[in-house]
Design a binder for this molecule. Sequence first.
Ligand code: SF4
Length: 362
Amino acid sequence: MKTGLQVGLETSLPPEAALQKQSRWNWQEVNMASRINTRLTDAYGRTLDYLRISLTDRCDFRCVYCLPPEGVDPIKQKAVLATDEVLRLARVFAALGVCRVRLTGGEPLLRKDIVSLVRGLSTITGIEELLLTTNGSRLAGMVGLLKQAGLKGVNISIDSLQRQRFSAITGRDRLREVVCGLQQAVKQSLKVKINTVALKGLSRVEVHDLCDLAYQLPIEVRFLEVMPLCGSAWQPNLGLSLSTVRTWIEEKFKLVPLARHYQPAESFSLQGGVGRIGFIQPLSQPFCHTCNRLRLTADGTLRLCLYAHASVDLCRPLRQGASDREIGNIIKAAIWHKPLGYEVLKNTTNHATLPKIRQLGG
Ligand code: SF4
């Protein structure tokens, strides 16, 4: 039976992981061979200090660009990390230099322990910023508690402000609840961003409506290219080009460029307005060279890149008694395999074989 590392990686494993493979969970050997430092730097010199934790693969929405028609194999409940397991792994990552954590899903607000998870994560030494990505339908009633527990910011997925189109995209007539969640998050002075996937059918009016929100409110509205991570649902013409979206925006608003730093979004302030506009173009302008992200799935699998199947199982050593240091060594061995995602994508002929965003949490 396989160790934590997936097929196709074994041949190029660094020594530590090769030891792990040989001796199956004999962490003492791994331990001796490991070099300890407090930063996760991969083979491309990228510092990986941002962990996205998918708390569940379950979701109460059925977005057309996320859930593949062939469905995804749900993670078994007993395989889902418990509250204390999530907190323990987050502590190990924080000790290795992770300072930013984003909670994702599926839909993370479906987790009954979400408030205690946020409280626990926000007290971990080294985690400076705790964020959440949600479809927003359950946010209004929880945002106060989440803010009190230590949440700093929230990204809400809103692909249209038109009720009918919103329902057609998400499979749910829940726009009113989502907008209510947005208003409450702004009231709580959280850092609020709206993620709008630029799907074919998005109109000039809808784009202007979303920008009007950013003009009036201290939020950032980001337009995202559709990514081919939805199995057989992927069609190259599923998305609308962001240059078209930008042209529409500039018909009505003056965009003022802002410094970019490491973030994936190219951001602008709106002249005369309060908020910002951003463009995220992983396909047409990939940002893999500055990628600082790692992902932990709900069943404790460390995923190195959105486009790659390269991963390592952290749950089994965790449940089999490995120490924090030993789990840290497994993480450090694995990150050497973090690829440049656009290279993986370039060499992919059948997009349906790519990982599914539903389980990775975006
Ligand atoms: S595709 Fe992979 S390497 Fe590129 S930005 Fe995304 S996670 Fe990072």
